[in-house]
Design a protein around this ligand. Sequence first.
Ligand code: ZN
Length: 234
Amino acid sequence: MTIEADIERIPRRRTANGSQRAVLRAEANLPVNGKVMRVMVFGLTGIDGARAEEVVALVNSRDPTAVPLVRVHSACLTGDILGSQKCDCGDQLKVALRQIQVRPHGMLLYMLNHEGRGIGLTQKIRAYALQDGGDNTIEANLNLGLPVEARDFIAAAEVLHLLNSDTIDLLTNNPLKIEGLETHGVTVRHRVPIQGDLTEQNAQYLLDKDQRMGHIGALPAHYLQGPKATQDVS
Ligand SMILES: [Zn+2]
């Protein structure tokens, strides 16, 4: 299969015309880290009724009247499930869940369609192969003819609206997520920074996120203070 053929399969951005609707398809209790949360599966249907996307919400609502702390987490099979150290996703997922559980109201939205910042698993692994050859995370996508950022946040915003969470505190370092949600009618009252573990393997990726992709505070401050501090990181 050619890369060009695969690019055709990447979901196109939907127009912000409200044609996507979130529908709750299933929910149940789920014990996580010793606390019972509510797991909810939402289907996002297009205007033709075709099933377009699924979003999983893991909700702690001891006080549903409180402004919720929200993490919109992009699925990362390699980081979340396999424990890859090329990125910080797995750590961020754990940190976010802990923070959501200690608040009176919080939710994690797990975005199944966001793998590889929206380019999908196959293309992400192709990009990793180019990174093995020396590309950084941005160059690899561009050399595959793919956007560096292919996610949108319509589905997340639709689910938040359905959960009566039009105003939220958002766990993120990425201003694009705030912009993406606010474009679709969600007010981000506070940005709450999130930091996973820094490892030798993910340091360059985090540096690229910090310096080339506009993320705020992806790296601990000491990492940016100079070569000596950099060498001390392991
Ligand atoms: Zn990842």
